[in-house]
Design a protein around this ligand. Structure first.
Ligand code: NAP
Ligand code: GLV
Length: 306
């Protein structure tokens, strides 16, 4: 089995060495233009030149959960695209989103401002029942997040494309379900894949349907959000705030209004990081199974886009 590795924005050598150690029977090397044709690839955001060069690939294993950047390329026609499923990301996402929900609900930012002025003042406790949390996307990450938030006894609802049953979560699906889902949501969490159907899904029309004083947590992709619509709804007072981890342009430009907006919290696309060891172990396991013709999880439906 010959494997080529092409991961942008990271040091490639540890990935090559790690995969080689996990698959001693294979020949693993870093992709360079004109490299010999491989059977499988392990990639993150490769250039189009990589795909043009490796048209014979049978499988492309993405070192992230989202495949939006990969599916923008003209891929080798017969390659099966496989994404990471979980590999240590769902617990990170659960802790990140629970933290954001609780920080907002318990007004911890306001207490931090008080602390800066040595001010000792209580705020009236709020009712969880008034803060229903709605998770868009009930896949590997969304389900874990929804159940983690539910464990803090918030009412939790979830929305997906196909109908789902998730314990402790009120589930909605499809277009009709979307309206009902939004109308009963006060804290909105986006964990959708970025596809043609979901691009710009958080816009003035949809965010206006949320309960008054709603809060937005985007941990999926920047292009899910129409940034100017969010800013307008924050300034008009319909939205109470937003915790944003992903942006249309990354890194977020220094002059962007999100950096200084008092109701917006910014983090640098870090809510659930790819963990190298877990990811290599999962990809190695899947490459072996796939090469034996066995079914594997995380195969992407190229038509659906996720
Ligand atoms: P997943 O398992 O594929 O789940 C996707 C969910 O979205 C599924 O429940 C799916 O519905 C739903 N969905 C897709 N299109 C929809 C539509 N048009 N309408 C309603 N629901 C729709 O993906 P995942 O592993 O949970 O990851 C989700 C996303 O998180 C990734 O694609 C990536 O963009 C993002 N992510 C971000 C970070 C970060 O650090 N910020 C890290 C990892 C991942 P069905 O179940 O009915 O198919
Ligand atoms: C990170 O954003 C991923 O998609 O894994």
């Amino acid at each position: 089995m010959r494997i080529t590795v092409c991961c942008s924005d990271t040091k490639v050598a540890p990935w090559v060495e790690g995969l080689q150690a996990a698959l001693p029977e294979a020949e693993v090397s870093e992709w360079k233009p004109g490299a010999p044709p491989a059977d499988y690839a392990m990639v993150w955001s490769p250039p189009q030149a990589f795909c043009d060069d490796q048209q014979q690939l049978k499988g492309i294993f993405n070192t992230g959960a989202g495949v939006d950047a990969l599916l923008k390329l003209k891929l080798p026609p017969d390659a099966v695209v496989v994404r990471l499923d979980d590999a240590g990301m769902s617990v990170q996402m659960a802790e990140f989103v629970c933290h954001a929900v609780i920080r907002h609900f318990r007004e911890l930012d306001a207490y931090e401002r008080d602390e800066a002025q040595a001010k000792w003042g209580f705020r009236k406790p709020k009712l969880r029942a008034d803060f229903p949390v709605g998770v868009m996307g009930l896949g590997v990450l969304g389900q874990r997040v929804a159940q983690a938030v539910a464990s803090f006894e918030f009412p939790v609802r979830g929305w997906s494309r196909s109908p789902k049953q998730v314990e402790g979560v009120e589930c909605f699906s499809g277009d009709e379900g979307f309206r009902q889902f939004l109308a009963g949501t006060r804290i909105l969490v986006c964990l959708l894949p970025l596809t043609e159907d979901t691009r710009g899904i958080m816009n003035r029309a949809t965010l206006s349907q949320l309960l008054p004083q709603a809060y937005v947590i985007n941990v999926a992709r920047g292009a899910h959000l129409v940034e100017d619509d969010l800013l307008a709804l924050l300034d008009e007072g319909h939205l109470a705030g937003a915790a944003l981890d992903v942006f249309r342009t990354e890194p977020l430009p220094p002059e962007h209004r999100f950096w200084t907006h008092p109701k917006v919290t910014v983090t640098p696309h870090t809510s659930a990081r790819t963990l190298r060891e877990e990811s290599i172990a999962q990809i190695a396991r899947k490459m072996r199974a796939f090469s034996r013709g066995e079914p594997i999880a995380g195969v992407v439906d190229r038509k659906k886009g996720y």
